[in-house]
Design a protein. Structure first.
Length: 254
């Protein structure tokens, strides 16, 4: 065997260690109605069940609405419990038929979730614009802050009349998150929260939240959730070993 073989083997092992396992692919292609009902239980309420429920519209999107009173929050299980690795969720947001928050510093509408009804991480926020303009809004990120927290970071103003793609990754063990808006994850993150969340949570689902704030008609669609595992010690040993052998053969052939 030559050095090329070993180097290719090392490359294959590295690639295998970074495979993204798809956990959820959700396009909300249900009939119109309450999401928990029309999805036949794929989505479940974890707060405010049945009160101002999340709706699926005729266009095939889940519609979130803020406002007064109790409002339903929903989640979809990932099919396993995650204690390490990186979970990534991507979805589109469309406010063209709704209204943006006009006051305050924002409210979170998406999060990763543990097995309880209150353990949330990697929170994505809908924020009011930096200037008074009803056609603008911002997206925010914080690992575990409440609505209006001073530590929430926000994007620049976004056009309400356009559809935007939001991607968030959450490192379960490190308890940190990154967020991209209309950008590939191979590039620099639009926002990131490198301050670890206050405590470790085992992640079991993703959730959408409705809150008592001044926005309406937030349509979310095309949700994809993936998982990137942490390479096992034996995988790293194989990668390093193949690389060293390949390098040694390359040196000897020169």
């Amino acid at each position: 065997m030559n050095s090329r073989f070993f180097l290719l083997s090392a490359g294959a092992l590295i690639a295998a260690s970074s495979v993204h396992a798809q956990l959820i692919s959700e396009s909300f292609t249900y009939s119109s109605g309450n999401l928990t009902t029309v999805s036949s239980g794929a989505w479940a309420a974890h707060s405010g069940a049945g009160s101002n429920p999340v709706q699926v519209n005729a266009g095939g999107a889940a519609v979130l609405a803020g406002g007064s009173g109790t409002r339903e929050d929903v989640n979809r299980a990932l099919g396993s419990t995650y204690v390490d690795g990186v979970l990534t969720a991507s979805f589109t947001v469309d406010l063209s038929l709704g209204s943006v928050p006009t006051t305050g510093t924002g409210t979170y509408f998406f999060h990763f979730k543990d097995g309880s009804n209150t353990g949330f991480r990697g929170r994505v926020y809908l924020g009011s614009p930096s200037v008074a303009d009803t056609d603008l809004f911002r997206i925010g990120l914080e690992n575990d802050a409440s609505d209006g927290g001073a530590s929430i970071s926000y994007t620049s103003d976004l056009d309400r009349t356009e559809v935007h793609t939001v991607t968030i990754s959450y490192d379960v063990a490190a308890r940190t998150s990154k967020l991209w808006v209309n950008a590939p994850t191979s590039g620099a993150a639009t926002l990131q929260d490198s301050t670890p969340a206050g405590s470790f949570l085992e992640i079991t689902s993703v959730g959408f939240r409705q809150a008592g704030h001044t926005y309406s008609g937030l349509a979310v669609d095309n949700l994809v959730v993936t998982y990137t595992p942490v390479p096992e010690p034996e995988e790293w040993a194989a990668i390093v070993g193949a690389g060293l052998i390949g390098f040694a053969l390359w040196r000897r052939r020169r």
